[in-house]
Design a protein around this ligand. Structure first.
Ligand SMILES: Nc1ncnc2c1ncn2[C@@H]1O[C@H](COP(=O)(O)OP(=O)(O)OP(=O)(O)O)[C@@H](O)[C@H]1O
Ligand SMILES: O=C(O)[C@@H](O)C(=O)CO
Length: 425
């Protein structure tokens, strides 16, 4: 294994796996830390954790354990993947995990770059934008678990980290790899250990990737991985040829626990042509709607060209009301458990394709299904690949809240079946 990655959630890990697979690396996503060695063909291994919103000390322990396994696979470089919207609380996990990984690897520095231009995330003068809005005005300020109220990544990270934070601004980035390398060295010499790097375009990320060739530890959204396959290829380390992947036809379902803007639009678009059932938070929490009901409803609505969708997704006011009444963590845990159990029941009933929206929701579903690893298939939309359970016959898509085109659910169903984008579901 050449590149060892640690992802702080399952959808984000599949986003990174997608980026590396598109770059020509043979990638496997491990859901949790494997207890056996990686298969010899794996060039990039992504260990997916569900650590984004857990207490920082636990996130550090899990990330260090993932690092130990990756080091045992002989990796040359390590990447910590978090969200392209830097999802974390001020006392959150990115800083402590980055501190711990830097110290464990004795890394003189780690870049911090959440930019992912294909999905509108750019970093300019240390500030994170989602398309033309600052992060804190993008809708992320109302996220149910990690409200992002400060767009200055340097300031947000400094609140979480024990180590000094530096910055390489766009003026250096735009000059290309040599200038970026020089600026990183300058910041490192000035004592910075975590260095936020600006990036607006894929070209910026390719150049940054080139400048990071010799760095032991990198961190960011999946965009920071854009230039890495080329480094390994130029060093003659990749076995070219891509990975084998085949889709799965048969029963399909979509589950959405994401309250993000994009998911809400996708639900509305999907409901025009497909059966869609709302699983309201109050019904789940009061016990009046059980996973058994949702699974039965999906199975009742099986039909050709149909992708039944069960969703819990509400606007920020409704989310706030549910959290006030039942508590933030209890609400999230109950809804996630509901989707995990629904997926388990469906899998028992012969489900072949499963589309899940929402990072936390996906983590709960994948854990509930006890899926050890995924093979990576074609891209559905930027940041979302088709996945196949390693050694199994279930095809899945794990969609981050704000990713995907408006017709994502139907499109994903087609691609998971191995069809081209224009075919029927
Ligand atoms: N109606 C609701 N009220 C309160 N919380 C809800 C409601 N519906 C869903 N949730 C919870 O909100 C959280 C949404 O997080 P999740 O990570 O699944 O989606 P997301 O934040 O849109 O995705 P991502 O993390 O990929 O950006 C989950 O814990 C889910 O259980
Ligand atoms: O980076 C992103 O935006 C995604 O891969 C993700 O992590 C959202 O959960």
């Amino acid at each position: 294994m050449l590149l060892g990655c640690i992802g702080d959630d399952f959808t984000g890990s599949s986003d990174l796996a997608n980026m590396l697979a598109k770059g020509g690396m043979r990638v496997t996503q491990y859901n949790g830390i494997p207890d056996t060695p990686a298969e010899p063909h794996v060039e990039a291994g992504v260990v997916a954790l569900k650590s984004r919103t857990i207490p920082a000390a636990d996130a550090v322990d899990q990330s260090l354990a993932a690092l130990r396994w990756l080091r045992a696979q002989g990796c040359r470089q390590y990447l910590f993947k978090y969200c392209s919207t830097f999802d974390s609380t001020p006392e959150g996990n990115i800083g402590p995990v980055l501190d711990a990984l830097s110290e464990a690897l004795d890394a003189p520095r780690a870049v911090v770059c959440p930019a992912f231009p294909a999905t509108g995330r750019s970093v300019y003068q240390g500030h994170l934008f989602v398309f033309d809005r600052l992060l804190s005005e993008s809708g992320m300020e109302a996220h149910p678990l990690t409200p992002m109220t400060d767009p200055d990544i340097r300031r947000w990270l400094a609140r979480q980290s024990r180590l000094p934070v530096g910055h390489v601004a766009y003026g250096d980035i735009v000059e290309g790899a040599d200038a970026i390398a020089a600026a990183l060295d300058r910041e490192t010499a000035a004592g910075a250990r975590h260095i936020v790097t600006d990036a607006v375009t894929d070209g910026d990320l390719m150049e940054t990737g080139r400048a990071l060739r010799g760095d032991a530890l990198l961190s960011g959204g999946s965009g920071i991985a854009l230039g890495l396959p080329r480094n390994f290829r130029e060093d003659g380390l990749l076995r070219e040829g891509g990975q084998d992947w085949s889709g799965a036809a048969g029963t399909v379902a979509a589950l959405c626990g994401s309250c993000s803007k994009a998911s809400r639009e996708q639900i509305a678009v999907h409901a025009r042509d497909h059966p869609a059932m709302e699983a309201a938070a109050r019904d789940i929490l009061s016990g009046s709607l059980a996973a058994e009901d949702a699974a039965a409803w999906i199975l009742d609505h099986r039909a050709e060209d149909t992708v039944p969708l069960v969703y819990s997704s509400a606007d920020p006011q409704e989310v706030a009301r549910a959290q006030e009444e039942y508590g933030r963590e209890h609400t999230a845990a109950a809804i996630e458990a509901f989707f995990a159990r629904t997926a388990t029941l469906l899998a028992g009933a012969g489900l072949r394709r499963l589309i899940v929206a929402g990072g936390e929701t996906s983590g709960a579903v994948v854990s509930g299904l006890a899926i050890p690893a995924f093979e990576i298939g074609p891209e559905i939309d930027p940041g979302v690949p088709a996945l196949k359970v390693a050694g199994g016959d279930l095809a899945m898509a794990l969609k981050s809240g704000n990713f995907g085109a408006p017709d994502f659910f139907a499109k994903a169903a087609r691609i998971l079946a191995g069809q081209s984008q224009g075919g029927q579901s």
